[in-house]
Design a protein around this ligand. Structure first.
Ligand SMILES: O=P(O)(O)OC[C@H]1O[C@](O)(COP(=O)(O)O)[C@@H](O)[C@@H]1O
Ligand SMILES: [Mg+2]
Ligand SMILES: [Mg+2]
Length: 337
């Protein structure tokens, strides 16, 4: 593929989509690109450097943090704080949100929410992991310290969202509400190049991604959906094939490219689901919808949920429209019976 457009050029070219643009969002996206390159470099040499294994402490989710969770978190925070475009940041790895109110942050309009390292259980075994980001305009007055309300906005208020995927190649995929676009990193040149413009989910697919090890804990509706995918029906491309990497970013990316659906239901062990609404569900939902897919909590658009806590979890079903609607149908059928 001829390399034409770098991510930097694409960001500037698309600034015109925002009538009130002053370049803040563009330079914020550039800061995320830079932090992504730094984390990518660390991940690529993880096996050689002392950055494998556990950090020896737990995060607010009650999970024992990997050293790379902490390193990626620090790299994104220091890079974004250095710039003046954001006035606050919330991270999956931090209990509370950070308020940036140095002089350079005084007129900042944006807050960022990050999952600095997604797929942590795969780090030490060299399987694809990622970083997820979500950007909102603040709702509190500019010039005042950010508040919790600035972060507890419904996903439909996002101005941008995206992920970095650190896999066979490193990519940055993002949306600002004008389609979902993918950029591949060329380590020789040190730049991201537009490789996947206007990424699209197919209307229906034949891949399902779920941790079936939790089957006994799943709601009846999800058990029925899984059995439905495994029935013989050539007309409807069934049986589906099962693919589960255990990194949301990687499963989402594959399903967007090949046609599939990702599921993380509630369960008797996780009554609210596992994934974090603000750091994982909402940004991936924005990307999926901008690619013609669908993202649901089983009963409606996950992006219409009104968050009440920074670290709240939600059931998440995301991918090709036909399959997400089938999942909603089975769950609603269970509800009415
Ligand atoms: O091991 P499980 O329960 O299947 O969960 C895997 C899911 O949890 C996650 O690892 C959660 O994300 P983090 O790694 O950021 O905590 C997702 O990436 C993945 O889809
Ligand atoms: Mg995650
Ligand atoms: Mg994480």
């Amino acid at each position: 593929m001829e390399r034409h457009t770098t991510l930097g050029e694409f960001i500037i070219q698309n600034q015109k989509d925002f009538p009130y643009a002053k370049g803040e969002l563009s330079s914020l996206l550039s800061a995320i690109r830079l932090a992504g390159k730094m984390v990518n470099q660390e991940i690529n040499k993880a096996g050689l450097a002392e950055i494998r294994g556990k950090a020896g402490q737990e995060n607010v989710q009650g999970e024992s943090q990997a050293k790379l969770d902490v390193l990626a978190n620090d790299m994104f925070i220091s890079t974004l704080k250095d710039r003046g475009e954001i006035c606050g940041l919330a991270s999956e790895e931090l209990e509370d949100f950070l308020v940036f109110n140095e002089e350079k942050h005084k007129n900042a309009n944006y807050v960022v929410l990050i999952d600095p390292l997604d797929g942590s259980s795969n780090i030490d075994v060299d399987i694809t992991v990622g970083t997820i980001f979500s950007i909102y305009r603040r709702i509190s007055p500019v010039g005042t310290p950010v508040t919790l309300e600035d972060f507890l906005q419904p996903g439909i208020n996002q101005v941008a969202a995206g992920y970095l995927i650190y896999g066979t190649s490193t990519m940055l995929v993002y949306t600002t509400g004008n389609g979902t676009h993918g950029f591949t990193f060329d380590p020789g040149i040190g730049s991201f190049f537009l490789s996947h413009p206007h990424m699209k989910h197919s209307e229906s697919g034949r891949i399902y991604s779920i941790n079936e090890g939790n089957y006994v804990h799943f709601p009846q509706g999800i058990k029925k959906f899984i059995r439905w995918t495994q029935e013989l029906n050539e007309e409807e491309n069934r049986p589906f094939t099962s693919r589960y990497i255990g990194s949301l970013v990687a499963d989402f990316h594959r399903n967007m490219l090949l046609g599939g659906v990702y599921l993380y239901p509630t369960g008797t062990t996780s009554p609210k689901g596992k994934l974090r609404l603000l750091y994982e569900c909402n940004p991936m939902a924005f990307l999926a919808e901008q690619a013609g897919g669908k993202a649901s909590d089983g009963y409606g658009r996950v992006m219409e949920r009104i968050p009440t806590e920074l670290h709240e979890r939600a059931p998440f079903y995301c991918g090709c429209k036909t399959e997400v609607e089938k999942i909603e149908w089975f769950l609603n059928e269970e509800k009415t019976n």
